[in-house]
Design a binder for this molecule. Sequence first.
Ligand SMILES: [Zn+2]
Length: 162
Amino acid sequence: MLKINEAYLRSGLFGLQDGIVSTTGVVAGISAGIEDKTVIVMAALVAVMVEASSMAAGQYTSEKAAHQLESNAHSDNLVVGALIMFASYFLAGMVPVVPTIVLSQPLARYVSIGGAFVALFVVGYVKGKLVSRSAMRSATELLVIGGIATIIGLVVGSIFRV
Ligand SMILES: [Zn+2]
């Protein structure tokens, strides 16, 4: 059986989850607040790149601290873990970003949010399976988290509408 390194798995799942949740919140919020498509796409891409980099740096430093505390318990490479975080965050961020690029508003917003919920459900389900917890429960948990972030984005975007 394939043995997945626990640190890589954690990094990948966290990146996927956060990439979907934060980027969908940003896309939903900005598209609710402004009509200009280029502004929405640019803001979403900036958010994805900055966040993916920041999460990769966070992954590197937090995992490094864990290695220093328990030096024998780790076989993972810090740079690989950081790259997995960046790649999974970026890929997941594309779920709400691609409809925003391809479609026009408000359809793009609905497809982004719908796609993000489907992707969150899948990630939650796989995560539950991998850690041998209830897959449905894990999937539902991610949907609730994603829903809250999206609602916050929509509310803030609507309040500051230009
Ligand atoms: Zn480690």
